[in-house]
Design a protein around this ligand. Structure first.
Ligand code: NAD
Ligand code: MN
Length: 365
């Protein structure tokens, strides 16, 4: 099959350590699971690049992504906590420029203990609508007779809700197909695929009402979804409660932007280190894999960053570009290294280096 070209954007801090680690894993894949040749293109972006060149997401990077690449891997940016004139986050720019309208975050317990030390079979996929909701940032400050007040607009459209819903149901089926490739003993989710629609339409009947109805209509109007996927709804507050009480009860979860932001960070806490959690920014024509963690300046440059979040993000990139078997091979190798528990970085209580963890994963491919 034709080669797959992947843009690599390490950006700042440990991004420069974990993205090369992910590349090494991709390069190790055997041709029986990864039939296409992989090409890599190194691309610039980030805060350090901004400090040298006055731009955080250079035109050349965008042009290369749009022109040559089938997908990309992004490391992390060190976003300044104060406002810096002329700076805006390159990953936010990338999402907009490439129309990456959903943020997809799997939360997998694998063999890693949870923060509380117990082991649970969590295998959840959160799909967060990525373009609207309160994050359109239309805020106004007013002066009233009783003092200041502020108003924020929240946009929910049929268009954005429909494509987030489509992604949720199609991913539920895609996950089911991937699970069928696993021996029964390795499947964490054994029931029919399920999609949980998160909203708060008991209070916000117009906005969340439109979201809920639109996502539901995606389901109702597709016979394949109706035949093969279960659907349920969960109010966002009770979603948080249930997610902490019984995280193993969720398969695919789909939420408007802000609820999705909050529940996906909360869900990451269920599975321990930030260094384990991947994500993908997905559009119809492009996908950018991105570990959830930041640039970790406290540990950068010491070869001790956990590369697993970035390696799993690379697997997600393969999964959404149609190379499910290659993705599965990576997921299983990572799970095995975690289950054996010998080779782990300091964030998981071990002494191994980034290089050692990466090599342990590669050896299993
Ligand atoms: P962070 O995720 O960088 O680090 C939080 C803590 O987790 C740190 O103690 C760090 O050492 C640890 N950690 C994170 N990733 C790890 C890994 N792979 N292996 C081992 N330990 C890991 O968050 P922060 O410290 O709040 O932010 C640092 C910088 O990153 C800031 O400039 C922030 O704006 C930026 N940031 C960027 C992103 C992104 O690029 N998507 C996300 C969050 C924060
Ligand atoms: Mn967040």
């Amino acid at each position: 099959s034709k080669p797959l070209t992947i843009g690599l954007i390490p950006a700042d801090g440990i991004g420069r350590e974990v993205i090369p680690a992910a590349r090494q894993v991709l390069e190790t894949l055997r041709s029986d699971v990864m039939p296409a040749k992989l090409n890599f293109v190194n691309l610039d972006a980030g805060f350090e690049y901004f400090q040298k060149h006055g731009v955080a997401l250079p035109e050349e990077t965008l042009a290369a992504l749009k022109g040559d690449c089938d997908g990309a891997l992004f490391g992390a940016v060190s976003s300044p906590s104060h406002k810096v004139a002329g700076y805006s986050s390159p990953i936010v720019g990338l999402r907009k420029q490439m129309d990456l309208y959903a943020n997809v975050r799997p939360v997998i317990s694998g063999a890693a203990a949870t923060a509380s030390g117990e082991r649970r079979a969590i295998d959840m996929l959160i799909i967060r609508e990525n373009t609207e909701c309160l994050y359109i940032k239309e805020e106004e400050l007013h002066e009233g007779p009783d003092g200041k007040y502020a108003i924020a607009k929240r946009r929910i459209s049929e268009f954005a809700s429909r494509r987030a819903g489509e992604m949720a149901f199609s991913m539920a089926l895609q996950r089911d197909a991937m699970r069928q490739q696993l021996p029964a003993s390795e499947r964490t989710w054994t029931g029919r695929p399920k999609v949980t629609i998160v909203h708060k339409s008991n209070v916000l009947s117009v906005t969340d009402g439109l979201w809920r109805e639109t996502v539901r209509s995606v389901y109702e109007s597709n016979p394949e979804y109706k035949a093969r996927v279960d659907v349920e709804e969960q109010l966002v507050d009770s979603m948080v409660y249930r997610m902490f009480r019984e995280p193993e009860a969720f398969d695919v979860v789909v939420a408007p932007n802000m609820y999705g932001d909050i529940i996906s960070d909360g869900a990451a806490a269920l599975v321990g280190s930030l260094g384990l959690v991947p994500s993908a920014n997905v559009g119809d024509n492009f996908v950018v894999g991105e570990p959830v963690h930041g640039s970790a300046p406290d540990i950068a440059g010491r070869n001790i960053a956990n590369p697993i979040a970035a390696i799993r993000s690379a697997a997600m990139l393969l999964e959404s570009t149609g190379y499910g078997s290659a993705a599965l091979a990576i997921y299983r190798a990572v799970d095995k290294v975690l289950a054996e528990g010998q080779i782990k970085t300091p964030d998981l209580g071990g002494k191994a280096t980034t290089t050692e963890v990466t090599e342990a994963v590669c050896k299993l491919l």
